[in-house]
Design a protein around this ligand. Structure first.
Ligand code: HEM
Length: 384
């Protein structure tokens, strides 16, 4: 299908927005509203939007496989970073033995996995390899359609620049992943640095968020018509920030295996406030390196997220129209699921499927918070 550019198409997009926001005022839509909207340069194109939603879903899949790679203790099995030749796994017995020999030289093998057989090695290798392969695949699924859409002139300059930046950030994420893996290959370490893990997960979320937001814009996702509700947008934006911080706190939790520090809920081994939260000095280092405080702060921040979601939902309910209700309900349901998954992850002493789902649900919750903030867009709501 050919997609024309220029004023005609732009008007169509603006017209779509107008009919969306005009509501009861209908035909009396003012000219200012049209110009306000057309001043917003994002052109709606559902095909481009669908492609970006697919990219966001693929990033979600990578986060899931990344979590499984970590939870199965597979992340250090490939001891090199070869962006091109690394695409192929070992294809002969000799090649497998050579890869295994490299792994046998790492402290993790020496200290944790001594005596592991070739089959054991292969199973951890496949996780890490799949995670890396998905990354490469994502690069292609991003780049090829991007170039085609550019050639068809279906992507405006501003969005093209934004997508170009996302591509570069994606490449940086690969490098960051390798920098993280490196931290687990030296000295007496048997796991990667929790700081680098947090940076890697944090950048994954930023990439996901950026793509998802752009998909909402280009896909023409509906926004609220309620100006009253739109006044609460700063709270939804704050919620996005809070969920992001909570995800970083979760990565510290995972990176330190702090989930195992307590296996009771709602108390911490019988007490409401655990002992030993500030045993390390200086005091602030406890927030990043002391498993007791790291566990406590992640649970507590989780409750704060839940309280904020509930408050925002109940506050917006009286003035919410359909798009707003839809986004809000998603946030409420995903938050409930996420807290429940956190609790069962704790009491199961970090059972693999539960911890993996908890990580995936974190991404979905982050997406729903973004969607909520998007729906509350003040610009679109103000213009009628
Ligand atoms: C409601 C918001 C919450 C969000 C967005 C969230 C997010 C996350 C994330 C992103 C991770 C790290 C995943 C990784 O790097 O592999 C994590 C780990 C963890 N979270 Fe949460 N979490 C939330 C609430 C909770 C609550 C309320 C609890 C407990 C009651 C909890 C318990 C845990 C545990 C035990 C881990 C470590 C699991 C592991 O080692 O893989 N979380 N969380």
């Amino acid at each position: 299908m050919h997609h024309g550019v220029g004023p005609h198409r732009r008007q169509r997009a603006a017209g779509l927005g107008v009919s969306e926001i005009s509501g009861s005022s209908g035909a009396s839509m003012s000219v200012t509203a049209i110009s306000t909207l057309s001043a917003q340069p994002v052109r709606i194109d559902r095909g481009v939007g669908a492609w970006l939603f697919a990219i966001a879903a693929m990033i979600g899949m990578m986060v899931l496989v990344g979590g499984l790679t970590r939870l199965t203790g597979s992340g250090l099995s490939i001891t090199e970073w070869q962006p091109v030749t690394g695409t192929l796994p070992p294809l002969s017995d000799a090649a497998w033995l050579a890869e295994f020999a490299k792994y046998q030289g790492t402290p993790q093998y020496e200290l944790l996995n001594r005596g592991m057989g070739l089959d054991g090695f292969k199973s951890i290798y496949w996780w890490e390899w799949t995670h890396r392969l998905l990354g490469r695949l994502l690069g292609f699924v991003f780049l090829l359609p991007f170039l085609i859409f550019l050639k068809q002139r279906r992507i405006d300059r501003g969005i093209a620049l934004r997508l170009g930046m996302i591509f570069l950030l994606g490449a940086a994420q690969g490098a960051l992943g390798w920098w993280m893996v490196q931290s687990g290959l030296t000295g007496a370490r048997v796991a990667v640095s929790q700081y680098r893990l947090a940076a890697h997960l944090g950048l994954a979320m930023i990439l996901f968020g950026y793509v998802f937001w752009t998909a909402l814009e280009i896909g023409g996702a509906r926004r609220t018509r309620s100006t009253e509700a739109a006044g609460f947008r700063p709270f939804a934006v704050a919620l996005v920030g809070l969920v992001f911080v909570q995800i970083i706190l979760g990565a510290l939790m995972a990176g330190l295996d702090a989930g195992l520090a307590f296996s009771t809920w709602p108390t911490y081994a019988g007490s409401w406030v655990p002992n030993g939260m500030f045993d390390l000095s200086p005091w602030w280092i406890n927030h990043f390196e002391n498993i007791v405080l790291v566990h406590f702060q992640h649970r507590t921040a989780g409750y704060v997220v839940a309280a904020m979601v509930l408050w925002l939902y109940l506050t917006l309910r009286p003035s919410a129209d359909r798009p707003l209700k839809l986004a809000g309900i998603h946030a409420v349901v995903l938050t409930t699921a996420q807290v429940a998954l956190g609790v069962v992850t704790v009491v199961s002493m970090v059972a693999l499927p539960l911890a993996a789902l908890h990580q995936l649900c974190a991404l979905a919750l982050f997406g729903s918070a973004l969607w909520w903030a998007f729906t509350l867009n003040a610009n679109a709501a103000r213009s009628f």
